[in-house]
Write a protein that binds this ligand. Sequence first.
Ligand code: HEM
Ligand code: ISQ
Length: 154
Amino acid sequence: IEFTEKQEALVKESWEILKQDIPKYSLHFFSQILEIAPAAKGLFSFLRDSDEVPHNNPKLKAHAVKVFKMTCETAIQLREKGKVVVADTTLQYLGSIHLKSGVIDPHFEVVKEALVRTLKEGLGEKYNEEVEGAWSQAYDHLALAIKAEMKQQD
Ligand code: HEM
Ligand code: ISQ
């Protein structure tokens, strides 16, 4: 399906809002992942040895931001080119890191739900189904590319 200018704008606008409090929303994002799938904790090297989600962990923040930024970038590309282009090296790297960490396909739905919940929390009354749809569509395309790369490397 087509990705519209409106959808691209919604994604960009909402990222501008969440970006204003990275420590808060990266923590929220992560906590949601663990709330939906507690067992996923063991996948993340920076969590394995701690009892709770670490506040202000630089790695956690940096990774969470990357997930949002890459989804945002995917939305822009979907609008401009009608397809997703991730640099080969980046995709290979993401494929290998997730494969090595033990990530499997169903986890991608978990992360999507956590992402959506974080948007809901951050946007408040600006959140609506159109925003959710735009992010979901972009995320799905990105996730598909990563999953395909994981299968190729497997
Ligand atoms: C690492 C992005 C989906 C679990 C990373 C990194 C990025 C990233 C950028 C950091 C790589 C680095 O700089 O070292 C994404 C994107 C996803 C996605 C864009 C979906 C579109 C998932 C899913 C899971 C997951 C579904 C499973 C719950 C992990 C783990 C690591 C990781 C375990 C390694 C963290 C560590 O131990 O250091 N991901 N990810 N990711 N991701 Fe994802
Ligand atoms: C890595 N991959 C997917 C989601 C993430 C969320 C928070 C921190 C790191 C992540």
